[in-house]
Structures are given as structure tokens and as C-alpha cells.
Design a protein around this ligand. Structure first.
Ligand code: NAD
Length: 390
């Protein structure tokens, strides 16, 4: 069989990709300065419930935000903007990963709280639709995915800085196939993209008194893309001489996280997109499950906060969606409040989360055996009300 025509089509696609990505890199070089939320008269917080268990856990976050922000909402310092329709049903019906009117509503906000959204799986009959998150991270240029994980009893206090707009993800729906013989995806690493995520990680380390940053790649195998990531991360590290930095490979780092002998020595992790995605689920499991993990997607103009997990269709199919743990989206809400400098409200939520997840907690989430999302939320809002009335 002759594949010449198909190879030509692939090469054309590759050329388009290279030109687009170079243009993106050059745009990043002219990047804007970060927004100072403290100087804004009113901050618009977009609320996007998502689908699957997203709608369940989002109800918990909505109650908590209404309580915590009551005074600032009344004073007009903040506005909660409901954004409906980012569900798999509506996205498939519109044929767009993030339908245009929803994207416009999102761009009218400053920061976003987002529930998980389902992505159709490749290699099946499902439509080849891009992940809503990948679209939003690209459209809003949310380049830093920040995921904290802490287990105080074991001395674990990790913060992951995952590059969020490049790697295997940026072109994940635009790979090529030659007949039914082979498939090829693209992985992109740019200078400017790596520089800004590396700087975000080292700046965080400096501002938060961290002593070390682990740069995690697979540069021994992915020599061009991960090689560039490692080289640039090391160049940025040289600008922060007070912070130690070490190069690690992702495979051994995955083992390190379950090695109790050494895991508490790590503080900040800096990784390309795919490795960051995978290892942070492992880290969240060590903390108590993906249902406990919050995550921030930070750019210079926008920021989006969400649970680290997905829409859990299996829980929904089993009729157990009401057992979804909302702590993930609540920790994301805490990160959002901190990001917009609502420190008092963020501290109140952190304290209430600690109280309701500690050893003396009145209500415990434990898979399908423990409290439901609504029962836990009632307990948490009660703890918040007590603190607010002090
Ligand atoms: P998932 O994270 O949705 O769920 C995996 C399992 O983790 C669930 O079956 C459940 O047992 C557990 N779990 C997840 N969240 C939980 C919670 N809050 N409380 C209790 N248990 C919880 O992973 P998946 O099944 O691989 O993905 C499902 C869909 O979600 C896919 O379409 C995927 O693309 C999408 N996804 C979306 C996001 C996002 O929107 N940010 C992130 C990851 C996956």
C-alpha cells in the first residue's frame, strides 16, 4: 500500500503546528504583568459547576462562598457569577470543547472556580473533543498548575508546579495517523513557556521560605523537549542561589513519593505537564485520596481553581455521586480566596477544614461508608458559622 499522500498531509499538519507554536512562543516573550487584585474595586468570581460529581461538590463550595463572602458581596467588593452549560451534554451538542458564549462569560470574570468536566476518550467511537481544561488553560493562558499536598503528621509539605500549557497536552487532539498503521502525537516545549513556570516555582520557594526545588523530567529519554525543560529550569535556578535545586527523573521520583525514608525532604517540585498531572494524583492519594486535592491554574490575567480529580462517572453510574468528597473543591476555594488577597476568609476556611478533617471530626467522609457530601458540608458550614460569630 502507498502512504505517500497521507504522509504529505501529516507533514502539512506538522508545518502548521510548528508555525502556530512559534507564534505562541513569541507572544509569550511579550507577556503581560500579573494583575494586582488588591487594587481592583470589584472582583468577579465565575462559578462553573462542570458535570458528573462536579455538580455535587460544587453545591458545597457555593454554600461556603456565600457564607464567607456575605459581607464583601453586600459591599459590592466581589460578585459571584454563575456560568452554566459547561457540561459534556451541552459541549457535545454545540460541537465545541468550550462553547463560544460560555468562553465569553468566562473571560468577563477575573478568577474562576470550576468543577470537573468529562472528556471523551480517544480510540473509541466518542467524538474527538478536546478537554475543556486544556482549552481553558490555553485560552486563558493559565501556565502554572499549582497543587499543594500536606500530611502534617508525616512531615509532608509539598507544592507541585506543573507546566500547564505545553508538553503532550497542547496538541493532544491534533496528532496524526498514517492509515491504520501508526499514530503520532506532538510534544511541545518552548523557551518562554519553560522560563515562566520555572520562575513561578522558584519565586514561590523564595517567598515561602522553602529551601529546595526538585526539577523532574525524563531528559535522558525525551532529549529535546525534556532536555530543554531541564536546561532552562537549571538556568532559572541559578538566579536563586539561596535555594537548592536537584534534577530527578520522573520514574524514580514516582517511587520517592512512596518511600517514607526520604519523601519528607522534598518541598517544591517543578515538572512538565504530563508528569505533573500523573504524580500529583499519586501525591493526593498519599494525602487521603484525590477527593482531598485542590489545584490552581494561574496565569497573568486569569486564574482558575478546581478539584484535581475528574467527574467520576463510575460513582454517578453506581448511584453514589452523593458520597463525593467536596474537600477537593473546598481546598481549591481556599486557594482562590488567597490568590485574590482575601486572606482572612481563606484562613477561616483553612481552619474549618482542619477542624472537620482532624482526628476529632464529628463527621467523617469514608468512601460509601461514611458521611455524604451534604452531611459533611452541613458540619463544615456549622464550624464556619461558629468562627464567623466570634
Ligand atoms: P476521576 O478523578 O473522575 O475518578 C476516579 C475515581 O476517583 C472515582 O471513580 C472515585 O472512586 C474517585 N474520586 C474522584 N473524585 C472523588 C471525590 N471527590 N470523592 C470521592 N471519590 C472520588 O477519574 P477518571 O474516572 O479517570 O475520569 C473521569 C472523567 O473526568 C474523564 O472524562 C476525565 O477526562 C475527566 N477529568 C476531568 C478533570 C477536570 O475537569 N479537571 C480532571 C481529571 C479527569
Amino acid at each position: 500500500m502507498n502512504y505517500e499522500n497521507e504522509i504529505r498531509t501529516c507533514l502539512d499538519r506538522f508545518e502548521t503546528v510548528l508555525r502556530e507554536q512559534l507564534a505562541r512562543e513569541e507572544k509569550m516573550e511579550r507577556e503581560a504583568a500579573a494583575v494586582d487584585y488588591a487594587k481592583k474595586e470589584k472582583i468577579r468570581i465565575g462559578l462553573i459547576p462542570g458535570d458528573g460529581i462536579g455538580t455535587v461538590i460544587f453545591e458545597s463550595a457555593r454554600q461556603v462562598l456565600d457564607l464567607l463572602l456575605g459581607k464583601k458581596l453586600a459591599e459590592g467588593k466581589v460578585e459571584l457569577v454563575p456560568i452554566e452549560g459547561l457540561t459534556i451534554e451541552n459541549r457535545l451538542a454545540c460541537g465545541e470543547s468550550v462553547p463560544a458564549p460560555i468562553l465569553a462569560a468566562i473571560k468577563s470574570c477575573d478568577v474562576l472556580l470550576k468543577g470537573p468536566t468529562t472528556t471523551p476518550k480517544g480510540g473509541t467511537d466518542a467524538p474527538d473533543m478536546e478537554s475543556a481544561n486544556v482549552t481553558l488553560r490555553r485560552e486563558l493562558d493559565l501556565y502554572a498548575n499549582v497543587r499543594p499536598v500536606s500530611v502534617p503528621g508525616e512531615g509532608i509539605d509539598w507544592t507541585f508546579f506543573r507546566e500547564n500549557t505545553e508538553g503532550e497536552y497542547v496538541l493532544g487532539s491534533r496528532g496524526v495517523e498514517v492509515g491504520d498503521k501508526l499514530a503520532c502525537d506532538f510534544k511541545i516545549t518552548t523557551d518562554a513557556g519553560t522560563r515562566r513556570i520555572a520562575r513561578a516555582a522558584f519565586e514561590f520557594a523564595r517567598k515561602n521560605g522553602k529551601q529546595s526545588v526538585a526539577i523532574v523530567t525524563k531528559a535522558n529519554i525525551m532529549k529535546k523537549t525534556d532536555g530543554k525543560f531541564s536546561r532552562i529550569a537549571n538556568e532559572i535556578a541559578a538566579e536563586y542561589p539561596e535555594i537548592a535545586h536537584e534534577d530527578w527523573y520522573i520514574d524514580i521520583m514516582t517511587a520517592n513519593l512512596v518511600n517514607k525514608e526520604i519523601r519528607d525532604r522534598f518541598q517544591v517540585f517543578l515538572l512538565p505537564n504530563l508528569y505533573g498531572d500523573i504524580i500529583t494524583d499519586e501525591a493526593a492519594q498519599i494525602q487521603g485520596g484525590v477527593g482531598t486535592g485542590g489545584s490552581a491554574n494561574i496565569g497573568d490575567r486569569y486564574a482558575m481553581f478546581e478539584a484535581i480529580h475528574g467527574s467520576a462517572p463510575r460513582m454517578i453510574a453506581e448511584g453514589k455521586g452523593h458520597y463525593a468528597n467536596p474537600q477537593s473543591i473546598l481546598r481549591a476555594s481556599e486557594m482562590l480566596l488567597r490568590h485574590i488577597s482575601f486572606t482572612e476568609e481563606a484562613d477561616l476556611l483553612a481552619a474549618a477544614l482542619e477542624e472537620t478533617t482532624g482526628p476529632d471530626a464529628a463527621v467523617v467522609i469514608d468512601g460509601y461508608e461514611g458521611a455524604t457530601c451534604a452531611e459533611y458540608t452541613a458540619c463544615l458550614t456549622e464550624a464556619l458559622r461558629r468562627r464567623l460569630s466570634r
